[in-house]
Design a protein around this ligand. Structure first.
Ligand code: SF4
Length: 234
């Protein structure tokens, strides 16, 4: 069952990549600049979310060092998740105390580029990368106004500086992946990328879901609202 789900997700990845190329070309054609390039890892410091299918597809391609880095990262995130009931505080603490995605390599490039999830593929920055790492809650209202005044509102996912169309298509593709998961297992699972990877690597959740075991029991995550995982049982 997972093979079909993974193939479907990979088709969505390829489609999104083509669309990103088209959207970037169009934006550059009308005088804009896409600032993303190899080694620029600003958006990798964000809380990266994905579907469980994407984590299951990526897990077999990790080496021992990556697996260890993911495990350490996930353990720290779990502690921060337990300590915070507010999303803003959770995001701030994860950024300050845990750092960027453990799959970044020493050159600041994605070490799993071919397998990265939709959420990573869809972020195309129309402004300098320092805005990707900026904590906007630290800006004054004048600074926020000045930032927003620079945005091309026809192209971006306002008030962010990321192109809108790739994000819309990625969200639609993610919904389709979740629909497939629901049809296969009667449940949809999304969550933080390193956390879901760690679940798959340590607990083999993909096999256990296929045996109809309940995801909440598998994870042991009893928090009523966890910022690490979203489970929907229709
Ligand atoms: S998977 Fe790759 S692109 Fe995505 S956040 Fe991690 S390092 Fe960055």
């Amino acid at each position: 069952m997972w093979t079909a789900l993974i193939e479907h997700a990979q088709q969505k990845h390829r489609f999104l990549d083509q669309l990103c190329t088209l959207c970037s070309g169009e934006f550059v054609g009308k005088g804009g600049t896409i600032h993303c390039k190899r080694g620029c890892s600003g958006c990798c410091s964000l809380n990266v979310r994905c579907t469980l299918t994407e984590a299951v597809a990526l897990a077999p391609h990790l080496n021992d060092n990556q697996i260890e880095a993911i495990h350490l990262h996930a353990e720290k995130l779990k502690q921060i998740d337990r300590d915070n009931n507010d999303l803003k505080n959770f995001l701030k603490a994860s950024r300050e105390q845990v750092g960027p995605c453990p799959l970044l390599d020493a050159d600041g490039a994605c070490s799993v580029y071919a397998y990265r999830p939709l959420a990573c593929r869809a972020l195309l920055s129309t402004m300098d990368p320092h805005y990707c790492t900026l904590d906007f809650s630290t800006l004054s209202s004048e600074e926020k106004q000045a930032f927003m005044a620079q945005l091309d509102q026809e192209s971006v996912n306002f008030p962010t500086h990321y192109l809108a169309m790739p994000q819309q298509i990625a969200q639609a593709a993610e919904m389709e992946c979740l629909e497939k998961m629901k049809q296969a297992f009667g449940v949809t699972v999304t969550g933080n990328l390193p956390y879901l990877l760690d679940l798959e690597l340590t607990l083999k959740v993909s096999e256990k879901l296929a045996e109809n075991r309940r995801i909440q029991e598998l994870t042991g995550n009893t928090k009523s609202e966890s910022f690490l995982i979203g489970v929907d049982i229709p």
